[in-house]
Design a binder for this molecule. Structure first.
Ligand code: CA
Length: 226
């Protein structure tokens, strides 16, 4: 269930909106004050924030700017009665992801909210982690305990496959098919060779044993990083 934070000071409107969103499968928390919302976001995380601009305590724009300054990347959909184009542009400039001008259709709000949640889920999954071993598929980078590791494209693809199945055995056949785009025999030694390359980069220099051989089956990456 996706966690949604609704920051809106018009009580009736907020209640109606929260009702609908609950029925559509969101777990909804409602806050009426910008400062309280900011405090709440210090110790609770949400999948998406619906944010009114005119709020007591702290304006929606200031709240959004503060969150982004702290590195909080939760998607923000701004709900605004203001029709001025410059306010909408300003909202986007300080890091809001989308906005809707009141009055809006609930169906549109729901659709836009779902798009934001899906997008941020995809972004999250672009980073894979196993203990202190981190692979960022979007940035094409790899780190172990903050130390950058250079990988060739083939090594990168193989490690991404193993990390996305961390804890489970990736059968040899699956690795050969996923990582090499040309047909390789099951008895091909190329996979073993690349597993060796990876071990020399992600394990050996760090005195770890994350990449395990499961004899006769395939390979398994320790989800805790070895
Ligand atoms: Ca308001």
């Amino acid at each position: 269930m996706f966690r949604l934070l609704l920051v809106e000071d018009e009580a009736d409107f907020a209640a109606a909106l929260a009702d609908g969103l609950c029925q559509d499968g969101f777990s909804v928390a409602t806050v009426k004050d910008g400062l309280l919302a900011f405090d709440l976001l210090q110790h609770r995380s949400f999948d998406v924030i619906l944010l009114d601009l005119m709020l007591p305590g702290l304006s929606g724009l200031d709240l959004c700017a503060r969150l982004r300054a702290r590195g909080v990347e939760t998607p923000v959909l701004v709900l605004t009665a203001r029709t001025a184009e410059r306010d909408q542009l300003h909202a986007l400039e300080i890091g809001a992801d989308d906005f809707l001008t009141k009055p809006f259709s609930y169906r549109i709000l729901l659709a836009r909210t779902r798009v934001l949640v899906r997008r941020s889920m995809a972004r999250e999954q672009s980073v894979l982690a196993a203990g202190d071993l981190v692979l960022d598929r979007k940035r094409r980078s790899c780190h172990r305990g903050g130390v950058a590791i250079e990988l060739t494209p083939r090594e990168f693809t193989l490690l991404a496959l193993l990390m996305s199945h961390a804890g489970s055995v990736v059968p040899k056949r699956e690795a050969l098919t996923e990582v090499w785009d040309f047909a390789l025999d099951d008895d091909s030694k190329v996979l073993e060779v690349y597993v060796g390359y990876l071990r020399r980069k992600i394990d050996l220099p760090f005195a770890r044993h994350a990449l395990e051989t499961v004899r006769g089956v395939g390979y398994r990456l320790d989800p805790h990083g070895g």
